[in-house]
Design a protein around this ligand. Structure first.
Ligand SMILES: NC(=O)c1ccc[n+]([C@@H]2O[C@H](COP(=O)([O-])OP(=O)(O)OC[C@H]3O[C@@H](n4cnc5c(N)ncnc54)[C@H](O)[C@@H]3O)[C@@H](O)[C@H]2O)c1
Length: 383
């Protein structure tokens, strides 16, 4: 085996997503398994160069994981011709500027969603990257979750017949930060810092719906800021200016209707933090992060509405578990592997910055829908 090194500037690795999912669970995990086997006698060895604003935090991560390269000087890192890929998981509001800089430096781009705080900015990034001839991608990790992979298998196997509706329930209680610390960063709750559950989650719902069921044709949403005051990382109270819940209805190409609730102000009475129920003429499924259960029409009970009697059936027991039938790796790592193969082997890749811009567009139209009390068509984006 020959080893080929690919150097990746990773900006935002001191953050939650950058550190845990992208550095530790993806890039370092690839190194632990000996690199990425390209199947042609070559192993690809990812070499991260940690980039950020806080020297001590970067040095601590580098030391903890035995990494040699880190820098607080993004310009210098981008000027280094040995670095081929720029990865960005900074706060959303810092992304567009840094990605533009990396495109201008000729780096391939991989980044977290949302790719920008505006659809105009997101499309501009896609256009610039395409014109520069660099490879580009956006994280769409939910597609690689075991539960959604099983759901995709059901769709592709024709299990549902005609798909009628999709109902998604996402959310959990995010502590306010006073008597128990909040488990998400405070910028998520400030609109002026790029926060809000619509900006955070609608990009996910866009690609999940698009890839599994059909392009989103229209959106109607009602947002709320249920918890108006929160406490930040320093224990200081602040006004929550961003939406912390969104109730959305999406019309899909092909005729199905999707309805997804997203909330950081609900308590979980589900099996998983996100669940999608899909109902079709021939069968239904409920998929979460890992599990997926189905009920075929041949096994569908005939319930009769009678509130005078207690329920005689335990409805949830009548569903059947879909087997794994595969080994599912971490979803972020699985997508990283495909992106690296796209960069070095030119293998097909569909999750590019234009796909990222579609997610930003859905978020922007969702917010506009809520503000104006109207339903909006979602036009197809192009460069
Ligand atoms: N794919 C997913 O499921 C998923 C989940 C959560 C967050 N995200 C996205 O990942 C990105 C990072 O989110 P996170 O939860 O890791 O956030 P975080 O606050 O934990 O991390 C933010 C990172 O950006 C850096 N940063 C750069 N400029 C900054 C500034 N001006 N202010 C504050 N921090 C700054 C921080 O140092 C840190 O490394 C966001 O764009 C978010 O939308 C994606």
């Amino acid at each position: 085996m020959t080893r080929k090194t690919v150097r990746i500037a990773m900006n935002g690795v001191t953050g939650r997503m950058g550190y845990r999912q992208h550095l530790v669970r993806s890039i370092l995990s690839l190194r632990e398994q000996g690199g990425l086997d390209l199947g042609d006698g070559t192993v690809l060895w990812p070499e991260p160069v940690l980039v950020g604003r806080r020297e001590h935090a970067l040095r601590a991560i580098a030391e903890q994981h035995g990494l040699e390269h880190w820098s607080t000087d993004l310009d210098a890192v981008l000027a280094d011709p040995s670095i081929e890929i720029y990865f960005d998981s900074q706060v959303t509001s810092a992304r567009e500027e840094a990605v533009k800089q990396a495109i201008a430096a000729g780096k391939h781009i991989y980044c977290e969603k949302p790719t920008s705080t505006s659809v105009a900015g997101a499309v501009e990034l896609a256009r610039l990257a395409t014109e520069a001839g660099v490879k580009h991608g956006v994280v769409q990790d939910k597609l690689f979750l075991p539960g959604l992979q099983k759901l995709r298998r059901l769709v592709e196997g024709g299990f549902f017949g005609q798909i009628l509706s999709v109902r998604g329930e996402f959310g959990y209680w995010v502590f306010e930060g006073d008597w128990q610390s909040a488990q998400r960063p405070s910028w998520n709750y400030r609109a002026e810092d790029g926060g809000g559950i619509v900006a955070d989650m609608f990009p996910h719902w866009d690609y999940v719906l698009h890839e599994l069921f059909g392009r989103v044709r229209s959106v109607q949403a009602l947002t709320a800021t249920h918890i108006p005051q929160r406490w930040d990382e320093q224990g200081k109270p602040y006004d929550a200016t961003a939406d912390d819940a969104a109730y959305g209805i999406f019309e899909l190409e092909g005729g199905a209707v999707a309805q997804i609730n997203s909330s950081w102000a609900v308590r979980v009475n589900r099996d998983e933090l996100v669940e999608f129920q899909v109902d079709g003429t021939h069968g239904s499924a409920v998929a979460g992060l890992r599990k997926c259960r189905v009920q075929h029409r041949s096994a569908t009970l005939k319930p009769v509405w009678n509130p005078d009697l207690p329920a005689t059936e335990t409805f949830r027991d009548q569903w059947q578990e879909v087997p794994d039938n595969a080994d599912f790796d971490n979803g972020f790592k699985a997508q990283w592997e495909l992106f690296l193969r796209h960069v070095v082997l030119d293998e097909p890749w569909q999750w590019d910055l234009l796909a990222g811009a579609r997610g930003v567009q859905l978020a922007e139209l969702g917010l506009k829908s809520s503000a104006e009390g109207r339903r909006f068509d979602v036009p197809e984006l192009s460069l």
